[in-house]
Design a protein around this ligand. Structure first.
Ligand code: 26V
Length: 802
């Protein structure tokens, strides 16, 4: 993928004229953006074609990563970087009086996911391509992405995210590759003399149309595919849906990400979505496989299917359905192929997120799939009879009390179950999935999450990236582990200064953005203390807030107190129906208002809650962070990935011993991270013995008492309702996440942070140690481990050029 500046400029002007009949000087930003996308796409389209052709030619085993969420964010800069075009295009645009940064802002942030799960899927897509691995994404092309968040009077308001209004310039609709998905109706099995034939009656036929997006590998002439499915009405069925409303009912299947699950309609829609993209994906995979006349009883040697969390767990049953009903394989052989083909990742141990569906709902969505799940369940129980006791079988079977347990289906139907950090996997093995670990110890393994260092450092933080180049050369850009070489430079004062300077420049940029976005002025010389993630009780944004209120009250007592100025920055969306999380948002906003408008506080303390947190905003915040808050209650955060992104950008971590924080600590050493709070064993002990009394902490610790009282005595204005909700959740409902238990040790570690910041050189040294160790969390390596240990796929050895 080579291009010169001259060619680029020529090509760009030509396309702008062709597409819009415009000169550069007359074009609007969106027109410039669309033109640029078209140049970029034409730069990789041939390689894209060659990549999938080479898979076929070399008969390569491929993995299909099924995920109900993908959070790619903007693709322009990342594609330019990966193609090796970034600098040439940047200069070429400047030559025409344009700016890549500005044009890039015209791209809508593709947000087809909620948080960590979806972003991980997108980091993995980038890593698969960059490793040259044959890997495809399979998901849903939602018409509306994750809601747009606004604050009105401090409350979260959700607005629709119509990301497709200008079309999606990266995707290609492949109507010729559409498949029919059957839903609803009834199914009868009839023995036709040769095999059992599944006869569907009264089912709806939905046309699944794939939209393919090229996923460009990093400078390796390799482009993979992320395939997202859209629901349409097939021509043969048009008469069934005479009105616009009728049509909309079908097409709405792929309208919204995570439909409202507080009512039956919303829940069944979600289940339909799960079956829709699962069935479409499996059908397209098996159809492609069959095209080359390969024996079906070897299919697991040619394809691997990954179930990302339980949402695509019906892959197990759908694959069985195709092998049994369409290919007439016998059950045992089909089951053997299915288990060998499937693998599953668990992303949470939070009970409410472990999916269960009523049998009755599955019967409505796809009766044949229910039959197959029932048969898998029956055979599972039968197989264990005599080997395990009755209780064991009842605890682990798939269907129990009229509910289908999706995690059980995924575990029983696959050869690999993995957690996403060492601690998380350990908890799965010893606690949450203990029975299954006893049954199938060989199936369990850990794959600690990773992030793409390209997007999160090379693209988001060019200044730091260049500083690193100057110290250790550019090899780390191809192999992030090489960041490790920075450790040889801990004594290099010039380098430490440059790292400090890059950070300060990024903070100035963020300060300007904050001013523009919120009107709040912050000093770039203050500590930028960042907590960015979904708003959830277990993630304990509340602990952060209580600490802020403490700092404020201290300053009110003594305005001349010598404090290290801090700006607390939040980014977080709450699920629309998550009442408690929304109360916390309101309280953070009111505390922010109170503090930011208090003249006696000045620049010592500021609180900024940025609206509409997402991938693009993260790219602005992370390079400017001094401190990253990773303060979930130990055992609750499966892994976390913002912890990795922040350390990579030289932020120091304030952390509990939870998720991947533990591994971060092991890499950087205790001197380069701020650890506090209950350990896993202490949390488990409390949860077992129920002897935690939150009120005792309130009664015995005057600081806690004073801070909590501020939520209910009018000190913090405008939170009459929410202040009491929070107060009650801690004192009456007994503080499920041990916020008060961890408060004192959190305050202590925050004091250590302020103290450490005074010694800039040593601080920068700690930053350097963090950056140097962040390469161990590169998604390239994580995905390589999945490839070797789970999927058994290999990089593309012989690329077909031309
Ligand atoms: C979360 C939500 C959020 C609100 C609305 C609907 C909904 C539905 C399901 C879930 C559970 C998502 C599971 C998830 O995202 N887990 C996260 O996965 C990350 C990648 O492995 C990991 O780093 C995080 O610790 C884990 O919480």
């Amino acid at each position: 993928m080579k291009i010169t500046q001259e060619r680029f400029v020529h090509e760009f002007k030509k396309r702008l004229a062709e597409k819009f009949a415009l000169d550069v000087k007359d074009a609007a930003p969106i027109e410039l953006y669309q033109t640029l996308v078209s140049v970029v796409k034409s730069g990789y389209s041939e390689i894209w074609r060659n990549t999938w052709k080479s898979y076929v030619k070399n008969d390569q085993k491929q993995v299909y990563y099924f995920s109900i969420e993908f959070l790619p964010g903007r693709l322009l800069k990342s594609n330019l970087l990966n193609m090796g075009w970034y600098d040439v295009v940047d200069k070429g645009l400047k030559q025409m009086g344009l700016s890549l940064d500005k044009i890039s802002e015209s791209e809508v942030d593709m947000a087809l996911g909620n948080g960590g799960l979806g972003r991980l899927a997108s980091c993995f897509m980038d890593a698969l391509a960059s490793d040259g691995l044959p890997g495809n994404g399979n998901g849903i092309r939602y018409k509306y992405g994750l809601f747009k968040q606004k604050f009105v009077d401090g409350y979260q308001i959700e607005l629709p995210n119509e990301w497709l209004t200008d079309g999606n310039n990266w995707a290609v609709a492949r109507k010729s590759k559409a498949v029919d998905v059957l839903m609803g109706g009834q199914v009868h099995l009839i023995d036709n003399g040769k095999y059992l034939e599944a006869i569907y009656e009264g089912a709806d036929v939905i046309k699944a149309v794939p939209y393919d997006t090229g996923i460009v590998g990093y400078r390796n002439d390799h482009v993979n595919t992320m395939r997202l499915w859209d629901a349409q009405i097939p021509a043969s069925e048009e008469v069934k849906y005479p009105t616009i409303e009728d049509r909309r009912r079908v097409e709405d299947l792929t309208s919204v990400l995570y439909p409202d699950d507080s009512n039956y309609e919303g829940r069944i829609l979600r289940l339909k979505q799960e079956y829709f993209f699962t069935s479409a994906g499996i059908q397209s995979i098996t159809r492609h496989y069959k095209k080359y006349d390969r024996p079906l009883n070897e299919i697991s040697e040619h394809i691997a299917i990954h179930i990302n969390d339980t949402h695509p767990a019906m892959c197990v049953a759908e694959f069985m359905r195709i092998l049994l009903d369409k290919e007439h394989m016998d059950w045992d052989e089909a089951w053997q192929q299915t288990v060998k083909t499937m693998s599953y990742t668990n992303h949470t141990i939070m009970a409410e997120a472990l999916e269960k569906w009523p049998v009755e709902m599955l019967a409505k969505v796809q009766p044949r799939i229910l039959q197959i799940i029932q048969e898998i369940d029956r055979r599972y129980a039968l197989e264990l009879e005599g080997k395990k006791d009755h209780d064991f079988i009842e605890r682990t079977r798939i269907i129990k009390d009229g509910m289908v347990k999706m995690a059980h289906l995924a575990i029983i139907g696959s050869h690999s179950t993995n957690g996403v950090a060492k601690l998380h996997t350990e908890l799965l093995e010893n606690d949450v999935l203990r029975d299954f670990y006893e049954l199938y110890p060989e199936r369990f393994n850990n794959k600690t999450n990773g992030i793409t260092v390209r997007r999160w450092l090379q693209v988001a933080n060019p200044e730091l990236a260049k500083t690193i180049d100057q110290a250790i050369g550019t090899a780390w850009r191809f192999d992030a582990k090489k960041l490790h070489e920075l450790k040889n430079h801990v004594g290099d004062k010039k380098l430490l200064e440059k790292i400090g300077k890059a950070k300060l420049d990024n903070k100035k940029k963020l300060a300007a953005f904050i001013k523009e976005d919120t009107g709040i002025e912050v000093s770039p010389h203050a500590i930028f203390d960042v907590q960015i993630k979904r708003l959830h009780a277990y993630k304990r944004q509340l602990l952060n807030l209580l600490h802020i209120v403490k700092l404020y009250l201290d300053l009110k007592d003594d305005p001349n107190r010598d404090v290290e100025p801090r700006v607390f920055i939040f980014g977080a969306k709450a699920a629309p129906s998550y009442h408690y999380a929304k109360a916390i948002i309101k309280c953070i906003n009111e505390v922010a208002n109170m503090i930011n408008n208090d003249k006696t506080i000045n620049d010592k303390l500021k609180v900024v809650f940025l609206e509409n947190y997402g991938v693009s905003l993260a790219e602005k915040i992370i390079p400017a962070a001094d401190v990253g808050e990773q303060i979930s209650t130990a055992t609750k955060e499966a892994s976390g990935t913002s912890n990795m992104k922040l350390m990579l950008n030289g932020a120091l971590t304030v952390a509990t011993l939870d998720g991947a924080n533990i591994e971060i600590k092991d890499y950087v050493g205790e001197d380069n991270i701020f650890i506090f709070g209950l350990t896993k064993d202490e949390v488990l002990e409390y949860e077992k013995n129920h002897h935690y009394r939150a009120a005792e902490y309130y009664d015995n610790d005057p600081v806690i008492k004073r801070v909590l009282d501020a939520f209910v005595d009018g000190t913090i204005p405008n939170i009459e309702v929410e202040g009491h909700e929070i107060y009650d959740s801690l004192l009456r409902v007994n503080d499920e996440y041990f916020v008060l238990r961890d408060f004192a040790s959190y305050v202590q570690v925050q004091e250590a942070v302020s103290e450490a910041y005074k010694d800039k050189q040593n601080w920068n040294k700690m930053c350097l140690v963090n950056i140097a160790n962040a390469g161990y969390f590169s998604a390239d390596d994580t995905v390589e481990k999945y490839a070797k240990e789970i999927w058994n796929i290999k990089p593309n050895a012989t690329e077909m050029k031309g």
